[in-house]
Design a protein around this ligand. Structure first.
Ligand SMILES: Nc1nc2c(c(=O)[nH]1)N[C@H]1C(S)=C(S)[C@@H](COP(=O)(O)OP(=O)(O)OC[C@H]3O[C@@H](n4cnc5c(N)ncnc54)[C@H](O)[C@@H]3O)O[C@H]1N2
Ligand code: MOO
Length: 396
């Protein structure tokens, strides 16, 4: 039997990133761009704010006139230009968001004002901020407001809107074909018979891939039979950028995936990772097409998607996914028997920001992730971690 060589997650990511060719770009409506990766820098086409803008509902005047009785020249609503310049001894009633009249350098709040019988207004406070947002103080015309490689979230859509960029250029979605291998599998609508098990991975991977801006094509279950598996993988490879498989990558008599992907002209870059769960994760490339074989156990498939497939898929869109690992104290003692691999186990972050481990039986036990708010990493060589020691948790 072919000897497998284990590599670290870091080495696996380095190799996969080197092999990743970025996808073409497309222009789409900014309203459809949430979760997509920006392909160009975006520059402001206007100043922000575009004019000296009142930050408060109140009265615009000269600072040196604060405390004096002032004649009110006009009322300035937001969206309407002032009609008068601010003259000494006068003020203009102004609304938040309205343009401050020339000559005024202060807006005092309506709560800090009083009126006399002649309808004159006076500042009643002891001091006030200017309450004016100056033209261009946030962003100047031509400023860089978003950089290529940004994942567009609501706040970035706001920035696109403010910059008038309604058709941003983004990377195309990677097309991902998903196949679940295993003669024991039935779809979730079916009641499993003896020796059968429901296909949970296929659907888990569909959602995971959709959540990282991929276009998913689901190819269903394929039995552990050479020709069927070859045909299904070949179809997915033809129709997608990435083929994501679960199962069939170990060393069993019916684990056909490695031989098929080689027969299809793919080069396997690695087929074993020193990570638990996910020992048999396999990655292969062929001319801008990729195959990721994830182990069949549902937790292995889930974790390997999160730590390996996801950053790789993002790389095809030139996005460097942040790998946040929060350093937090452990709430209870933790022990494991074997320490030959880096391991990820499900945890809950409690109200005291401590990490509680969850009862977990191993890589088939996806139910352990029901209430997990993250997974903690245990480095190679470490068997025991005591209560209060710092661990690193990736939030889910
Ligand atoms: N002699 C050895 N046997 C095994 C080794 C090994 O190193 N030497 N590694 C074990 C580890 S670790 C894992 S993980 C599995 C990986 O095996 P495969 O990727 O080939 O996966 P299968 O054998 O097809 O399935 C494993 C397990 O997961 C269930 N499964 C598969 N697909 C699904 C699915 N879509 N939804 C839900 N559950 C699924 C399957 O029924 C099996 O129980 O190999 C070990 N063996
Ligand atoms: O690699 Mo297996 O995924 O450890 O259970």
């Amino acid at each position: 039997m072919e000897k497998k060589t284990s590599i670290t997650l870091n080495d696996a990511l380095t190799q996969a990133f080197q092999a990743a060719k970025s996808l073409p770009t497309e222009k789409i409506s900014f309203l459809k761009a949430s979760g997509r990766i920006l392909a160009t820098d975006i520059f402001a086409d206007v100043n922000m704010p575009p004019f000296n803008k009142s930050a408060m509902d109140g009265y615009a005047c000269r600072k040196e006139d604060l405390g004096q009785w002032l004649n009110v020249r006009e009322v300035i609503p937001a969206g309407k230009s002032p009609q008068f310049k601010n003259e000494p001894g006068t003020c203009s009633k102004i609304m938040t968001g309205a343009e401050v009249p020339a000559g005024a350098d202060t807006v005092f709040m309506v709560e800090q004002s009083e009126a006399n019988d002649q309808q004159q207004i006076r500042f009643t406070g002891s001091k006030t901020n200017s309450n004016i947002c100056l033209r261009g103080e946030d962003v100047k015309t031509g400023d860089l407001v978003l950089t290529a490689g940004t994942m567009l979230k609501a706040q970035h859509i706001a920035i696109l809107a403010a910059a008038g960029c309604t058709r941003p250029e983004v990377y195309q979605k990677p097309k991902v074909g998903i196949i679940s291998t295993g003669s024991e599998l039935v779809e979730p609508t079916v009641a499993p018979q003896a020796s059968q098990i429901r296909n949970s991975n296929g659907h888990q991977m569909r959602i995971q891939a959709e959540q990282c801006a991929c276009e998913v094509n689901y190819y269903g279950i394929v039995a552990d039979e050479l020709e069927q598996t070859r045909q299904r993988i070949a179809s997915s490879v033809n129709e997608n950028d990435v083929t994501l498989l679960s199962g069939g990558v170990s060393v069993g008599d019916f684990d056909f995936v490695p031989q098929i992907i080689q027969q299809l002209g793919f080069q396997i870059l690695f087929n074993q990772m020193a990570v638990k769960p996910g020992k048999h994760t396999t990655f292969a490339i062929n001319n801008g097409k990729y195959i990721i074989g994830l182990p069949g156990n549902p937790v292995s498939s889930f974790i390997q998607f999160e730590i390996f497939a996801k950053p790789f898929l993002y790389r095809l869109m030139n996005y460097t996914a942040p790998m946040i690992a929060l350093p937090l104290p452990l709430a209870n003692d933790f022990h494991r028997k074997k320490a030959d691999r880096e391991e990820y186990v499900p945890v809950k972050i409690n109200r005291k920001n401590e990490v509680e481990t969850i009862s977990y039986h191993g890589s088939a036990h996806i139910h352990a992730y029901h209430q997990a708010t993250g997974f903690m990493s245990i480095p190679t060589g470490v068997t025991t971690i005591s209560k209060g020691e710092t661990v690193h948790v990736r939030p889910l």
